[in-house]
Design a protein around this ligand. Sequence first.
Ligand code: DGL
Length: 275
Amino acid sequence: MHTIEHYTDSRLFSQLDAPVIVFDSGIGGLTVLREARVLMPDRHFIYVADDAGFPYGSWEEAALREHIIGLFAGLIGRFHPQLCVIACNTASTLVLDDLRQAFPDTPFVGTVPAIKPAAERTRSGLVSVLATPGTVKRAYTRDLIQSFATQCHVRLVGAERLATLAEAHIRGEKIDEEQVLEQIMPCFIEQDGRRTDIVVLACTHYPFLVNVFRRLAPWPVDWLDPAEAIARRMLSLLPENKDKTLHYHADLAVFTSAKPDYAIRRLLQGFGLHI
Ligand code: DGL
């Protein structure tokens, strides 16, 4: 497994092949990488998981901000990415502006709760946002509701354990569905003959569990996953790749612990990431 330090030579990448970094605290950002690859099969990606810091949901804000900025100082210095994608709501809602200020020459795309599209689509007017406790607490999330969803009732649900359960599920471990149900139930509201009809997946880990959510949900809802919209945003920011021939890039996975277990390595191989 490659630690960040193993790739100190930015000359590994020519200007055109400068990589796109996709970053998350764990494997959740793979749900964004998956969509990005569909739209941009010719781009060179580096997936970075800060698994040594996982889960981000319960970090204290100032400490997490400092930690992530420190990590990006190292990543940008070593990889010279043409774009960085913060494929983590818990991080984006806290540190996106700080990252843009700290590294003004590097464009950043964030992943923030899809409250605006949910407010536009809901018919019942009852929308829930399923996120980590960190994302639910953020001023950024409250501002999104104030700016785009005052005409709806938005319930914020901070799930303590879902990101960890999603990681276990992806590892092939048997997860306790009672616990999953307990975490998602607060999303479902019935009020004056109306019911919640949209649940925003506001943590990039959750799409890995969406089939379990569908099966356990007390009634069908639209589970809104913003990954495709994020991939479109990435595409719009990247300079056009005029040379359409596919170049072989060994897309890399970097884990801050430097020791993901066997199941995670299998998963990364399935994603064609070099480990
Ligand atoms: N995947 C991350 C997100 O989108 C959070 C997981 C964690 O708690 O670290 O919010």
